[in-house]
Design a protein around this ligand. Structure first.
Ligand code: ARG
Length: 472
């Protein structure tokens, strides 16, 4: 059966050279308005700046510009109020808005002068990424502030730190959480770098080779806020790159994927901590769910979903890289697919960061369980080696000596710090009766006060520093 043809009337913007309208199937396949309608505020901002520039250089009159700007404002208000009628047959956000505008303002027929949808979408998306980076950075800051609040209350709540998921050395809950603060602060910095590189105007690149008309790219760039720290317009410097570059998409998706990796690891730590085996925290009811079969269950769903959502972020990055890699310059319609993963990464980040923040804010640290786990004297075996080093024993020898002590304790079935001194002194002459003082957790921790270490004073100063960095 031949495909039904859609009405040619609605294809006003590029229909001139065609005698038949596209098949309905093609329209359904090719439309992007179902996902790019959300770009309306950016598209309108770009169109207003473009119209003002056209008036500035005398291509349209001030009067025409005024009508276009008012019409665009009206349309955006309708869109925001949910009253705008989006038409799939008009393909995308650009043609929907332009056609609605042309219906009410005759001068709108001049709006697309010296512009192509190719530089238009590139512009819209750069505006989108600038906004997205700002919004995500705010969410990250709020998350970090919450983690710091939890850390602040737990600078002396000690737990085992793990390597290979085996108990290694004691750290505080605060120190462990501050590791995530570092990651999220790097993420924040990464999003501001993505912002800076997105902050360049491609408008004026036209379809591929600019225009013969006397446009002023600096003017429209400034109107849209594509300016550097000195207020100078920043412009793309090659029209072919301007319409085909998708680096911002990839950098944005990469920043999201890396942040996703961080929140996924934090989610995994909290899932472990919440288990009966660890018992370091209890998660809030509001972010856990029960089992339909086992009445006793309280599952850490918010955290498991965070782990799961991070996979989406990685998939989106991979989709974008694959999308662009084999494309000849310049614009190819494949690029329409770039928006779906970019929007999905943004939406996923916005909700995920809130969920992690609220889960962390609502959890309780079970201090008695932490204390029981960290009481394991083996966690301070390295400190015994340090004790010997201070007595002049080479570290390699000290390491071996402590290994012997650990083996002895294991054979005797006693905790390391309960080995009788009569046995201990036989292992090495530099082991004195005061060796057991090494197992005082409080002093072991306050011996670790250099930059980046888990000593309570150091951790408190790192919390204070992070709070200052948050304000920058
Ligand atoms: N909807 C299109 C996209 O997102 C806009 C650009 C269309 N350009 C074109 N030459 N067909 O990529």
């Amino acid at each position: 059966m031949p495909e039904k043809k859609s009405s040619k009337k609605e294809q006003a913007t590029w229909g001139g050279r065609f005698s038949a309208a596209p098949a309905e199937l093609m329209l359904r396949f090719g439309e992007s308005v179902s996902f790019d309608a959300r770009l309306a505020p950016f598209d309108v901002a770009g169109s207003k700046a473009h119209a003002e520039m056209l008036a500035h250089v005398g291509i349209i009159s001030k009067q025409e510009c005024g009508e276009i700007v008012c019409g665009l404002d009206e349309i955006l208000a309708e869109i925001n109020a949910g009253k705008f009628e989006w038409k799939v047959e008009l393909e995308d956000v650009h043609m929907n808005i332009e056609q609605a505008l042309t219906k009410r303002v005759p001068a709108a027929a001049k709006l697309h002068t010296a512009r192509s949808r190719n530089d238009q979408i590139a512009t819209d998306m750069r505006l989108f990424f600038k906004d997205a980076c700002t919004k995500i950075s705010e969410k990250i800051s709020r998350l970090v502030a919450t983690i710091l609040d939890v850390a602040e209350k737990n600078t002396e709540t000690y737990i085992p730190g793990y390597t290979h998921l085996q108990r290694a050395q004691p750290v505080s809950v605060a120190h462990h959480l501050l590791a995530y603060v570092e990651m999220f602060m790097r993420d924040r910095a990464r999003f501001s770098e993505v912002f800076v590189r997105a902050n360049v105007s491609p408008l004026g690149s036209g379809a591929i080779a600019g225009t013969t008309l006397p446009i002023d790219r600096n003017f429209s760039a400034k109107k849209m806020g594509f300016v550097d720290s000195r207020g100078n317009a920043s412009l793309t410097r090659n029209s072919m790159d301007g319409v085909s570059d998708r680096d911002s998409f990839i950098e944005f998706a990469a920043a999201c994927a890396i942040c996703g990796l961080h929140f996924s690891r934090m989610a995994e730590d909290l899932i472990l901590w919440n288990s009966a085996e660890f018992g370091f925290v209890a998660l809030p009811d509001a972010f856990t769910t029960g089992s339909s079969l086992m009445p006793q269950k309280k599952n850490p769903d918010s955290l498991e979903l965070l782990r799961g959502k991070s996979a989406r972020l990685h998939g989106n990055l991979s989709a974008l890289i694959t999308l662009v890699k084999g494309l000849p310059l310049t614009y190819n319609r494949d690029l329409q697919e770039d928006k779906i993963p970019a929007f999905d990464s943004f939406d996923t980040m916005m909700i995920a960061l809130d969920v992690l923040r609220e889960t962390a804010a609502g959890m309780t640290v079970r201090k008695e369980h932490c204390a029981a786990a960290v009481a394991d004297p083996l966690l301070l075996a390295t400190d015994v080696a340090d004790y010997l080093v201070r007595a002049g024993v080479p570290f390699r020898e000290a390491h071996h000596v402590v290994g012997r002590l650990v083996a002895l304790a294991e054979q005797a079935g006693v905790p390391l710090d309960k080995l009788p001194f009569s046995e201990v002194r036989k292992v090495h002459p530099k082991l004195r009766e005061d060796w057991v003082e090494v197992f005082n957790l409080k002093s072991a921790m306050s011996a670790r006060e250099r930059v980046g270490m888990p000593g309570p004073k150091q951790v408190k100063s790192q919390i204070a520093l992070a709070r200052r960095r948050l304000k920058q």
